[in-house]
Design a binder for this molecule. Structure first.
Ligand code: CP
Length: 339
């Protein structure tokens, strides 16, 4: 049987992704069940994590399975991923062997690899996660790559369904860029916009000029919104976008115009510290009661104020909890564990 990977939720049919959300909600409510007894999940983290690592390990444990976590270069061998590389430097083992060998031990693999390539043209190819998907003989789950964070996407969608009365369709979802001291990857903003687009929401992407997302990712968001009867617009007017919004999702990301040039990117964003979500802004949402979303980790009083995170708007902890439930559903689906 052909293995099935979860690298991009938008590579799966919308109906299947929406079905996963229903099953995650049922698991959370205790009205569905499944077993992963005897199954092992391998987790390969090239980059740090609090939520992703813990929620996947707990998901396996909750269903009677087990997980093994590796951090290449820190206790397991540093891994090369480039095809044809002459490995006479720091990398000891290639993803080709690592993925094939791990596939003999585990039933599925999760991989987190943030972009490290010097140019966006190279980074956008997502070759680390893609390499695992190519060489592994078991399903590969993307735990956040250069282009997507599909498990966060599922959790955000479930949270929107829960917090917007089960009917997010045609409600306004604002993804707003925020100032941050570092140029961060675009995987989360793309995935968050896809989550809302798949629910048929009116998606508004508020970002300064120069912070447009990758052209293919923008096209993917637009196509998803059109399939689901929603819409997508972009603006550089953060206040105008948030006024009357039902959901505000703050996220920083680096300008792709300066990808691989942190000093240039820092200079480009130097006048943009005002792009921060505060209580005054949230009071302009629909009825003053729009929800505030963020994938976490978040820098308090940089991206968003204490008053918003600790106030009535914030659903960030619910998003994090929902990582667990959507991943339980995903693992049961990929490993045939539904009862
Ligand atoms: N949101 C998220 O993926 O969190 P971690 O980086 O802590 O895993």
């Amino acid at each position: 049987m052909t293995k099935r990977d979860f690298i991009r939720a938008d590579a799966w049919p919308d109906a299947e992704v929406l079905g996963l959300l229903d099953r995650a909600a049922a698991l959370k409510a205790g009205t569905a069940a499944g077993s992963l007894a005897g199954k092992v999940l391998g987790l390969v983290f090239f980059d740090p994590s609090l939520r992703t690592r813990t929620s996947f390990e707990v998901a396996m444990l909750r269903h009677g399975g087990h997980s093994v976590t590796l951090e290449p270069g820190k206790g397991s061998w540093a891994l090369e991923h480039r095809t044809g590389a002459v490995m006479d430097g720091a990398y000891v083992e290639h993803v080709a062997e690592a993925a094939r060998v791990l596939s003999r031990y585990v039933d599925a693999l999760g991989v987190r690899a943030f972009p490290t390539a010097p140019t966006w043209d190279e980074a956008r190819r997502d070759e680390v996660v893609g390499g695992f998907a190519k060489y592994a003989t078991v399903p590969v789950i993307n735990l956040e790559s250069a282009r997507r964070h599909p498990c966060q996407e599922l959790a955000d969608a479930l949270t929107l369904q829960e917090k917007l009365g089960g009917a997010p369709k045609r409600k306004r979802f604002v993804l707003t860029w925020a100032w941050h001291p570092k140029a961060l990857p675009t995987a989360v903003p793309v995935s968050a916009a896809l989550a809302a687009a798949r629910l048929g929401m009116e998606v508004v992407i508020a970002r300064p000029e120069g912070w447009q997302l990758d052209h293919e990712d923008r096209a993917a968001i637009k196509a998803c919104a059109e399939r689901q009867g929603g819409s997508v617009v972009e603006t550089d007017d953060m206040e105008g976008a948030v006024a009357g919004a039902d959901a505000v999702y703050a996220k920083s990301w680096g300008s792709l115009l300066d990808f691989g040039n942190p000093a240039g990117e820092a200079e480009r964003r130097s006048a943009l510290r005002g792009w921060r979500v505060d209580e005054t802004l949230m009071r302009t949402t629909r009825g003053g009661a729009g929800i505030f979303m963020h994938c976490l980790p978040v820098r308090r009083n940089v991206v968003v104020t204490d008053g918003v995170l600790d106030g009535p708007w914030s659903v960030v902890t619910d998003e994090a909890e929902n990582r667990l439930h959507v991943q339980r559903a995903l693992l049961l689906e990929l490993l045939g564990g539904w009862r």
